[in-house]
Design a protein around this ligand. Structure first.
Ligand SMILES: *Cc1c(COP(=O)(O)O)cnc(C)c1O
Length: 393
């Protein structure tokens, strides 16, 4: 298996973790072609997580924007409300096949922690989640949810006590106990084989989109748009279109208060090459090359890096990456709710915002697919607060 995407990716890890990643890489190579594993995964994705997700023709949105036809890929309808369950079930099932008894995971806002705790409850593995102390305070409901699902949640106090520190702490924990433990990484990041493996688990999204749009429109879409944190829902939505050069692939990064404001998480727009969390990729850095603090209204997009395959797709020009501000995302959040009766996750609203800009410049016979990575119930109180209304959570 290739360990890099062009110059990006790789395995920048200490020897103990190298052994764990090599063991994982071998197991993954074996099971991804194993009919039993594939059958079991497909069964769980369909019957438990509710796949395939719908590709919904957004007629009201299309009429209101007066341009390209817009379809919404409804990952928000999956069990636990986002695309993250695709990866969590895949990795926890793999860990079980490898004979592991315990999974560990990092989480930022708690979405990936909840998905991993869910898959662990389903498949009967122990689960421990590492979460920044600040995030635990901000997302108390998700902490309780993980506990209900049988997981133990550990507070991380290091650094800025948020997502990047939780990732570092989970790697440390894995180093201490590799033999019976698998680290379920939440996005297309970290050392090989994680970026490839997580992409493969999320690629079900574009496999379905392709099949669904060909049946509905008898043609490929002109553009596929997705939000990018680490990049897992985006690469999942892009993957089966990579060879179809006529399809524009557009990743929407969280610009926060603007890419020149200093309060941003737009990695491609503002970052530089570096090595962090086991991979070579693009990262937001300060003048000394230290990882810079990042900001976005969306907790799911405030990681200071991007998966190595996206760094490669950006460099080669196969995919485009555009910054979307908090204000634009909030307006799109409100717009989709009003126009289609669908409240998207604030992460997904970044992709909706760009579709709102792009569609009017396109012809009526052209087609855009927007990946709605998750549902917005978790965000409603925060958006109300952004609009100056205090709602008790
Ligand atoms: C976590 C999350 C994201 C960001 O993660 P990616 O790996 O970039 O997909 C986007 N949308 C939702 C709903 C999320 O929960």
């Amino acid at each position: 298996m290739k360990t890099r995407f062009g110059e990006y990716g790789g395995m920048y890890i200490p020897e103990t973790l190298m052994n764990a990643c090599l063991e994982l890489s071998e197991a993954y190579e074996h099971f991804k072609n194993d009919a039993g594993f594939r059958g079991e995964l497909e069964y769980l994705l369909n019957e438990y997580a509710s796949r395939p997700s719908r590709l919904y023709y957004a007629g009201n949105m299309t009429e209101s924007l007066k341009g390209a036809k817009i379809y919404l890929k409804r990952e928000d309808l999956n069990h636990t409300g986002a695309h993250k369950i695709n990866n969590a079930i895949g990795q926890v099932l793999l860990a079980k096949k490898m004979g592991k008894k315990r999974v560990i995971a990092e989480t930022g806002a708690g979405q990936h922690g909840v998905a991993t705790a869910t898959a662990a409850a389903l498949l009967g593995l122990e689960c421990e989640v590492f979460m920044g102390r600040l995030d635990m305070e901000r997302q108390a409901l998700n902490v309780y949810r993980m506990e209900l699902l049988g997981a133990k949640v550990h507070a991380v106090n290091e650094g800025t006590a948020s997502l990047k520190d939780a990732v570092s702490e989970t790697f440390r924990e894995w180093t201490k106990r590799i033999s019976d433990t698998h680290y379920v990484i939440g996005s297309v990041m970290g050392p090989h084989p994680f970026p490839t493996m997580v992409r493969d688990f999320q690629a079900v999204i574009s496999a379905e989109i392709k099949d669904q749009i060909l049946r509905r429109e008898a043609r490929l879409p002109d553009a596929v748009i997705a939000c990018v944190g680490g990049g897992s829902n985006a690469i999942g939505a892009f993957y089966h279109f990579l060879e179809d050069r006529s399809v524009r692939l557009i990743g929407c990064e969280a610009a926060g208060r603007g890419i020149d404001s200093g309060d941003t998480a737009a990695t491609i727009a503002t970052g530089r090459e570096g090595i962090f969390h086991g991979m070579k990729s693009i990262f937001c850095q300060d003048g000394r090359g230290q990882i810079a603090p990042v900001y976005s209204i969306s907790a799911g997009l405030d990681y200071p890096g991007i998966g190595p395959e996206h760094a490669y797709l950006a460099k080669t020009g196969r995919a485009e990456y555009v910054p979307v501000t908090d204000e634009e995302a909030v307006r799109a959040f409100e717009y989709l709710s009003r126009t289609e009766g669908i409240i998207p996750a604030i992460e997904s609203a970044h992709a909706v915002a760009y579709a709102m800009k792009l569609a009017p410049s396109m012809r009526r016979d052209q087609v855009i697919v927007v990946n709605i990575s998750g549902r917005g119930d978790k965000d409603t109180a925060a958006i109300a607060r952004y609009r100056g209304r205090n709602i008790y959570e």
